[in-house]
Ligand binder design. Structure first.
Ligand code: HEM
Length: 442
């Protein structure tokens, strides 16, 4: 892991932190967070406020006075993709959709996904062989898409999967531009890049609309998608096709990339600490795949510690943004309305006030005593408050199953001579990397 001392992060008199934010994104966030509990900083002309004191972070995320919305300055660049999906909607629409979708993500429902999750992972991993090198992030994205479909949609997916993957790749390749464009993204300009983008989005929409039509014809009530299609609220109004489209695209994007990144980083970190793989196998040796519940897997101390430590070091959602609707105060800093309030789970996770040796991977640190004294909002990979991640338990179960099923069957070796680096865009993706697989000898 690179030492932050080697990095020079300059606050330019004209551009502010824009340049290092583009080239050394997470290091810049960490640097700013170390300047104070609430720090005003500029990216070109855009003024933002970084909050890095856990209590103040809690104040923003819990939002008892209902003064914050998600950061429009940022999310409005993605309206054409997410529409009114749960990640960016507000007010009555957000409330109605969250209420409708929440039951599908409660632990007792996640428990019912377990056997599908295990069988999807096993089916995929079965095709791997001794001596093979796998493109880790790509494979994890593939598996997590299969799991998402098996658990939440159950539509005919194999025949369109490669198209869905291509569309997502195309969209994601242009997220990078949208994230850093200083004056918003000119998405209506008919440039080559925009045309490719529109074409990918329109293909994805066609596929998603076909899913909706098929589900409507089936008229089932089993999966989350069935429920969205057949939803009726107190006033007997359900979701229209465009609302279902928005939620489906939101779930596809928010529900597979984040988990695949977490497992990719965990596998890399474990490849550098192979003694831990042995200890994990011991922990898992008591599990029975045919009779397993959520708690018995994700509460295993080392499994839990590995996942928490991975999310602390490499939280996929490395920035959380809010926008106050009225002038307000955080700590003793005045925040004018509509200015961006930024919280970084990455910077919080590497803060030496809360974590000894913050850059080291030490899963064993997550014991009861440590967690008791850790301030509540010092570990926030899934956010907090009412906008907390709806898929936390789903993702935790899936990530634990992936580690268990992969590492029970294979040893992993990272053969590159250089340490793996993050290549963050919307999420904290690792740079492309491979792991060489081998069968354990005993
Ligand atoms: C390790 C995996 C994951 C991480 C680290 C993660 C992280 C997050 C974070 C930090 C937020 C809150 C953002 C904010 O407050 O602005 C969030 C929201 C959300 N996540 Fe996740 N997520 C993960 C997996 C999932 C999965 C598996 C799903 C669905 C299948 C999902 C769906 C969502 C949705 C729909 C929201 C918006 C919730 C709302 O605003 O009501 N996430 N996620």
């Amino acid at each position: 892991m690179s030492s932050k001392k080697e990095l020079k992060i300059e606050n330019h008199w004209l551009f502010g932190y824009f340049k290092p934010f583009v080239s050394k994104r997470v290091e810049t966030l960490r640097h700013i967070s170390e300047l104070g509990d609430v720090t005003r900083f500029r990216l070109l002309m855009g003024v933002n406020y970084m909050v890095s004191d856990p209590e103040l972070v809690g104040q923003v995320l819990l939002d008892p006075d209902n003064i914050y919305i998600k950061n429009r300055g940022f999310w409005s660049r993605f309206d054409d993709i997410f529409g009114q999906g749960l990640v960016i909607s507000e007010g009555a629409i957000w409330k109605k959709h969250r209420k409708l979708m929440a039951p599908a993500f409660q632990s007792k429902t996640v428990q019912t996904y377990f056997s599908s999750m295990i069988s999807e992972v096993d089916q995929y991993v079965e095709n791997w062989s001794h001596g093979q090198s796998i493109n880790v992030h790509q494979s994890m994205m593939d598996i997590t898409l299969n799991v998402l479909n098996a658990c939440l949609f159950n539509v005919e997916f194999n025949n369109v999967k490669s198209q869905v993957v291509d569309c997502i790749k195309q969209l994601e390749s242009q997220f990078a531009l949208r994230v850093v464009r200083p004056f918003g993204f000119q998405s209506t300009w008919p440039s080559k890049i925009n045309k490719e983008y529109w074409s990918a989005l329109s293909k994805l929409e066609t596929i998603v609309k076909q899913f909706i039509t098929n589900v409507r014809e089936k008229n089932d009530d089993k999966t989350l998608l069935d429920k969205l299609v057949n939803a009726r609220d107190e006033t007997n109004s359900g979701l229209d096709d465009s609302e279902i489209r928005d939620e489906l695209i939101t779930l596809i994007l928010a529900g597979h990339d984040t988990t695949s990144i977490t497992v990719s980083w965990a596998l890399y970190l474990l490849s550098q600490n192979s003694h831990l793989i042995e200890s994990l196998r011991e922990e898992w040796s008591t599990l029975d795949p045919d009779n397993i519940d959520y708690g018995s897997l994700v509460k295993l101390p080392l499994t839990r510690g590995v996942l928490r430590e991975t999310l602390r070091l490499y939280p996929p959602a490395y920035i959380i943004g809010r926008e106050p609707l009225v002038d307000t105060k955080i700590g003793n800093v005045e925040i004018p309305k509509t200015f961006a309030v930024v919280i970084s789970p990455y910077a919080m996770g590497r803060d030496a006030r809360f974590y000894d040796e913050p850059d080291q991977f030490i899963p064993q640190r997550w014991n009861e005593d440590f967690e008791k004294q850790l301030p509540r909002f010092a570990f926030i990979p899934f956010g907090g408050g009412k906008r907390t991640c709806i898929g936390e338990q789903f993702a935790t179960a899936e990530a634990a199953i992936l580690l268990w099923r992969i590492l029970s069957k294979f040893n992993i070796e990272y053969t590159d001579s250089k340490p793996l680096q993050p290549a963050p865009v919307m999420t904290l993706t690792p740079a492309p990397f491979s792991l060489k697989l081998s069968r354990p000898t005993s």
